[in-house]
Design a protein. Structure first.
Length: 452
């Protein structure tokens, strides 16, 4: 059972959460600073509240409909409606006419009006405690507000308003702009990285020259991608060395194996003798290794249009003598095959491997059919024992052997599958009717794009 991959959180979401956290932290710190400042200077708190209440009353005054009066009930002003005993007020015209009052006994006797825009605050000590009085002139009205509560009782009245007016309202738009700007900036910066990741997912190590794009990446990420590209270059070099080594070994073995075969024939060994069969398997293995090396060097950009009927006819001609030597009939069937996109040499190698596999399992007197078509398909049908469904897929694995391939190297069908994957097609193995097995190679049309 594979371990569960933990769910990953995007960088955009992480930064957004952190910005929100920093904004809330800044609001909390500022709130603490304001509260501490008022705690150190309680008189400033009283002054602030008194002037704030006086300005509230000034906003309630209405002179648009005749004499000066309050436009709404004072119950709409939270401070006077919620805690009337803490506050008192008096509103008069400049000539001393009373407009409105509440708990006016807390206020000193009326005094001469102030100049336009002038504000005054003073503290009056009484036996019941200190009273803070704020006076201001608003147009043709004089407004006076008295506060009798202790400063410690006023925190709940003033701090929420301070928090809302001076912190939340100014910082909320800024925080939203920072979050939106952060998301757009991070997405823009990560777009090249997403493109590089997509390229990495499509990367095939046996294709030369593949590198992750570095254009548009931030400097920090570009350094990482550059290091990965350097590593890819090293891997590509080692892969090329391994491929060259395989091809060199396979090529070097062909000449001594051919000479050894001629020597065995000169010494009179029958073609079906054990040593002759072992030598034939060694020759076939060398050919398969060489074919595998050539296949890995295949350039997808060099693909072209291939005539399947012509390839099938050539393969039958190449293997006819071998089939006759083994007492099998090798037949060609043309069934309206269409041109496909591929590599003629690679398809020919795959077809030769399928015919060689069929010759190994077809009994004397049996028949092997190489069919081109219908459509974009090649098929090799033998008259052997068939393949059990449980082992069909496993036979395409490298070095896998079944009853059909006893004594083989187990590379033939693996080469066929790898060839079809590189050409963008697929291969299927099934039992034929009335007996034997059928291997189908299905290709893409010339206009289709092969799988890299």
């Amino acid at each position: 059972m594979s371990p569960t991959t933990p769910q990953q959180t995007s960088l955009v979401h992480r930064l957004t959460r952190r910005l929100l956290g920093l904004a809330l932290l800044a609001i909390g710190v500022q709130f603490v600073i304001v509260a501490a400042d008022y705690a150190r200077s309680p008189e400033e708190l009283v002054i602030s509240i008194a002037l704030s209440r006086a300005r509230q009353l000034a906003r309630e005054l209405d002179t648009s409909h005749g004499p000066l009066h309050l436009d709404r009930s004072l119950l709409h002003i939270p401070a006077f409606g919620r805690a009337a005993r803490r506050y008192g007020y008096r509103i008069q015209t400049l000539d001393g006419h009373l407009v409105s009052a509440s708990h006016a006994e807390l206020l000193p006797p009326p005094e001469p009006p102030l100049a336009a825009g002038e504000i005054e605050y003073r503290r009056i000590d009484t036996p019941a405690g200190a009273i803070g009085v704020a006076r201001l002139r608003s147009g043709e009205a004089m407004i006076e507000v008295a506060i009798t509560a202790k400063p410690s009782l006023l925190y709940l009245d003033v701090l929420p308003h301070q928090l809302l007016d001076h912190l939340i309202v100014p910082m909320l738009p800024l925080a939203l702009l920072l979050i939106i700007g952060n998301r757009l900036t991070v997405r823009d910066c990560l777009t090249p990285l997403v493109r590089a990741a997509r390229t990495a997912n499509e990367l095939q190590l046996d294709q030369a020259g593949w590198r992750l794009p570095q254009d548009g990446l931030p400097a920090e990420v570009s350094a990482l991608v550059g290091a990965l590209n350097t590593t890819l270059a090293r891997v590509e070099q080692q892969w090329q060395q391994q491929r060259d080594f395989t091809a060199d070994v396979a090529h070097a073995l062909r000449t001594p194996l051919a000479a050894l075969r001629l020597e065995l024939e000169r010494l009179g060994h029958a073609p079906d003798s054990r040593i002759a069969r072992d030598l034939a398997r060694m020759q076939r293995l060398a050919e398969q290794l060489l074919a595998l090396a050539h296949l890995r060097a295949l350039d997808p950009g060099a693909l072209g249009t291939v005539d399947l009927a012509e390839l099938a006819a050539d393969a039958v001609a190449r293997r006819s003598a071998l089939a006759d030597a083994r007492g099998c009939a090798l037949e060609l069937e043309l069934a309206d095959a269409r041109p496909v996109r591929g590599h003629a040499e690679a398809i020919a190698i795959a077809l030769d491997n399928l015919i060689d596999n069929a010759l190994q399992v077809t009994p004397d007197g049996g028949a092997i059919t190489v069919r081109a078509g219908p459509g974009e398909e090649l098929a090799v049908i033998d008259s052997g024992p068939g393949v059990a469904p449980a082992v069909r897929q496993r036979l395409f694995e490298r070095h896998a052997q079944g009853e059909r391939g006893r004594g083989a190297a187990g590379l033939g069908l693996a080469i066929v599958r790898e060839t079809m994957l590189r050409l963008g097609g697929d291969v299927a193995l099934e039992n034929a009717t009335p007996g034997g097995a059928c291997v189908r190679l299905r290709f893409r049309r010339p206009s289709a794009t092969p799988v890299a």
